[in-house]
Design a binder for this molecule. Structure first.
Ligand SMILES: *Cc1c(COP(=O)(O)O)cnc(C)c1O
Length: 476
């Protein structure tokens, strides 16, 4: 029983955990990037039944190292160049420990005034850094998928408000069909939002892109006009600043003008690319942002915060509130002037996520954070040049951020052979445990992506990647 009556020994076990973390980061390059295990390998080492009697913390920590760690793919590893990196750093890790310790739940301002107020302050800071207009309301959700779902819900509330959608649901007796527009390269979270909000996948209209893989505003305008003629109700456009596959940038300014004149909600998805607007030379990606009704940026992608944290901004918080606010008696409080974050989203309970972003910005300082992002962009340019200068490889898309899309193409293979050899190159690289790359498809072309957005990535890692890629090709 004394485990229940004694206070937990943070000195001993906290030291063990932080010793592990310290050693982990110092030796991270010794780990295989991708977990070298097969499905089920981890689970079969764990007992099927939970322990009835207490285990010692020594045993738990030993199993963590012996069983769990081998099944971890190391997102912090500097050779993790797949998908979009998510790296955690010291200040964010400490803040996560404090968040868990305080265990503050921020659905009401009263639930912990510091949670709501710090969230508001860091959202303002970050918004200022990347150019979100100062009067936008901000809130933190867990992921960009959640943020975009809230944008679509707010857009739906705005267009269906006259039917009292909130109480009546979709109007019966009308043949109402809502439509969302996004680029053919928009993230699948737009589709998911449409699925869960009753819009339907077939009503997510994918707009054609130009040679830079950016949405063509004229095509958007045409699609909206045609849909209106057919009786559809266009209600939301999602423009992406940094698409997931190719990091292409939709022209927000031109799209925003169309949305303003058509009276359609414009949401900007800057999940990955948005953080780079902290740099003067990248501010152009958000040109026209003031025409947007909402914006999402993920600091857990390219701003070195532990997963998860997604920043959502909107010009129309009252619409978001209309869409989500419902206050039962047991949640009523006396602080009428306070913002209660539960009114601006689907979830009630919410973690103190702002703390890690606050720690990160303060500990590194804005100038250093800019420097890191600027270096990532220049390392990607360096890799792009290696690809372009090589006559064995082909650049597949422009490189506006820090992601390079390329393929092996020695010039004597047909498309089918190219697809199969590029898949083989990537699979062999990933199996080696030395690097993690991911792929996408452009039209029918198999494309390899290399992403430089991890906190610990330096020039030597990009050179190592290039060497590994060339070795793999010559071993085929
Ligand atoms: C990663 C990504 C998302 C989804 O982000 P989550 O936080 O994982 O939901 C959405 N949009 C874009 C452009 C992305 O790259």
């Amino acid at each position: 029983m004394d485990k229940l009556t004694n206070t937990f020994d943070f000195n001993t076990y906290g030291k063990k955990v932080f010793d592990f973390i310290d050693k982990y980061f110092k030796s991270i390059e010794g780990y295989p990037v991708i977990a070298q295990v097969n499905p089920g390998d981890i689970a079969k080492q764990l007992p099927a039944q939970p322990p009835l009697a207490p285990d010692s913390m020594e045993d738990i920590l030993r199993d963590f190292e012996d069983i769990i760690i081998p099944g971890i793919t190391h997102w912090n590893h500097p050779m993790f160049m797949a998908m979009f990196n998510s790296t955690s750093t010291g200040p964010g890790i400490l803040a996560e420990a404090l968040t868990a310790a305080l265990n503050a739940n921020g659905f009401l301002w009263m639930g912990s005034p510091s949670l709501t107020e710090l969230e508001n302050v860091v959202l303002k800071w970050f918004g200022m850094l990347v150019g979100v207009p100062g009067d936008y309301f901000g809130i933190i959700y867990d992921s960009a998928s959640t943020s975009t779902m809230h944008a679509i819900a707010a857009a739906r509330e705005l267009v269906l408000n006259k039917y009292d959608f909130k109480h009546e649901g979709f109007p019966s007796g009308t043949n109402l069909k809502l439509r969302i527009y996004c680029s053919e390269f928009a993230h699948s979270s737009v589709d998911k939002g449409a699925m869960v909000l009753g819009v339907g996948l077939n009503n997510v209209i994918k707009i054609k892109t130009d040679k830079n893989l950016s949405m063509i505003p004229d095509e958007l305008e045409k699609a909206i006009k045609q849909d209106r003629e057919k009786g559809y109700v266009p209600f939301c456009v999602v423009a992406t600043a940094g698409t997931t596959s190719f990091t292409s940038i939709d022209p927000i300014d031109a799209i925003g003008s169309i949305c303003s004149s058509e009276n359609i909600w414009l949401h900007i998805d800057g999940a990955y690319g948005g953080s780079s607007a902290i740099l003067e030379e990248m501010k152009y990606i958000f040109k026209g942002i003031e025409k947007a009704d909402s914006v999402v940026i993920n600091p857990h992608k390219w701003f070195f915060n532990p997963t998860d944290i997604s920043l959502f901004y909107t010009k129309k918080p009252e619409v978001l509130k209309d869409a989500f606010s419902i206050v039962p008696e047991y949640l009523k409080t006396n602080n009428e002037e306070a913002v209660n974050l539960m009114d601006y989203g689907f979830q009630l309970g919410r973690r103190f996520r702002a703390l890690k972003l606050w720690f990160t910005i303060r500990y590194y300082g804005v100038e250093n954070l800019k420097g890191i992002i600027r270096e990532h962009i220049s390392l990607a340019k360096m890799f792009e040049k290696l690809i372009v200068d090589s006559n064995e490889f082909e650049l597949i898309a422009p490189v506006p951020f820090s992601t390079v899309c390329f393929r092996y193409n020695p010039g004597n293979m047909n498309e089918e052979q190219l697809n199969s050899i590029n898949k083989k190159i990537m699979d062999n690289l990933n199996k080696s445990g030395k690097i993690y790359l991911s792929h996408t498809k452009l039209k029918e072309k198999y494309v390899i992506r290399l992403v430089v957005a991890g906190f610990y990535q330096k020039q030597e890692h990009i050179m190592k990647a290039w060497k590994l890629i060339k070795e793999t090709v010559s071993n085929l």
